[in-house]
Design a binder for this molecule. Structure first.
Ligand code: ZN
Ligand code: ZN
Ligand code: ZN
Length: 334
């Protein structure tokens, strides 16, 4: 019991963590749940049931084998059902960035860039193409970007970029200002809070890098990054690639051959929606950092804690990361 209490004090278990549908084990990430169910070194009893009626994309256990098949049809995404939009992204500039000062419309947007090389060895990333989509995978903005430094490597095989595409492209400063204004949506940047307000939730993969290349500043509290979201990270706390996440959680391939920022936007938005739509129940103060939770363990005496059931202890334990399911309540409050 002493060890369990100690473990609960420092592990921040909560109702938001991925849980094994069979033995109810709490996992720090979907990757560790995957290891628990599929391997390497899975738990034998759980592996056996999972093999029979578990979904290898969302890792839930269905009641029967036939419900698994029905479930798979909604769980599995495909690359081709966005064919029309996908081709539209290649048309060139598309600009529907409107400051609407309306907190409901396009509250969540995904952004992705494609980089070409600058500097003497071509290793410096320069943004050459940027795309922004809404929750319905519709393109809000797409443009080729004229970098401020000379391009020394177009990285043609992966980017498809050629000098003529950038010759009349939109200058970086202009792109930066447009996107910055669109994201803040009339809200002064220092005033942006996690809930309430008009600023938009920004979804992406490795956004630190994208935003740095675009010279955009945006507060972390309103960013949802699939490279830095704990449930989607490796068990050693390193990021997974977007290519891997899309294959593992959505069931299709991206970034084969020439890459398109629209396709990356769609993949991150789908991952975000999948994470957000999980049902975890509700708590008054969901985060360990909420001031109300500071004394959750401290206010109990050690011997009182040792007499608690594991469920009761889980009850007073809070998450140390912001679960995206919490966006559902935030968004429905508008
Ligand atoms: Zn949650
Ligand atoms: Zn299990
Ligand atoms: Zn599934």
């Amino acid at each position: 019991m002493e060890h369990l209490v100690e473990h609960m004090r420092i592990s921040y278990h909560s109702i938001h963590e991925p849980v094994c549908g069979i033995c109810q084990k709490h996992c720090r990430s979907f990757e560790s749940l995957r290891e628990h169910l599929i391997g390497p070194l899975p738990k034998a009893e759980c592996e056996k049931i999972f093999k029979d009626r578990g979904c290898d994309l969302c890792l839930t256990i269905l009641r029967t084998r036939s419900s698994l098949w029905t479930h798979r049809e909604t769980c599995q995404f495909s690359r081709t059902n966005n064919g029309v939009l996908y081709r539209m992204a290649n048309l060139g500039i598309q600009d529907e960035l409107r400051i609407d000062n309306n907190s409901r419309a396009n509250k969540v947007v995904a952004l992705a860039c494609k980089m070409v090389g600058g500097g003497t060895d071509g290793s410096l990333d320069l943004c050459a193409r940027v795309c922004l989509i809404d929750e319905n995978e519709r393109i809000i903005f797409h443009a080729y970007v004229k970098p401020q430094l000379p391009v020394t490597n177009y990285r043609y095989e992966t980017t498809g970029m050629r000098p003529e595409l950038l010759r009349d492209a939109m200058p970086l400063k202009q792109v930066q200002r447009k996107i910055q204004d669109y994201l803040c949506n009339g809200e002064p940047i220092w005033q942006i809070r996690s809930r309430g307000g008009n600023a938009r939730i920004l979804v992406g993969h490795g956004l630190d890098h994208d935003l740095k290349c675009l010279e955009i500043e945006y507060p972390a509290i309103i960013i949802r990054d699939t490279a830095k979201y704990q449930p989607l990270m490796k068990s050693n706390k390193l990021s997974n690639s977007l290519k891997y996440l899309t294959k593992a959680y959505l069931g299709y391939d991206i970034q084969t051959g020439m890459q398109d920022p629209y396709e990356d936007c769609v993949a991150t938005m789908r991952l975000y929606m999948r994470m957000r739509s999980q049902y975890h129940g509700s708590e008054a103060n969901p985060l360990a950092t909420d001031p109300q939770n500071r004394n959750n363990f401290a206010s109990w005496r050690q011997n009182e804690l040792e007499r608690m059931s594991p469920e009761k202890m889980l009850d007073i334990s809070r998450s140390d990361y912001y679960c995206w399911c919490l966006d559902t309540t935030t968004l429905s409050n508008y």
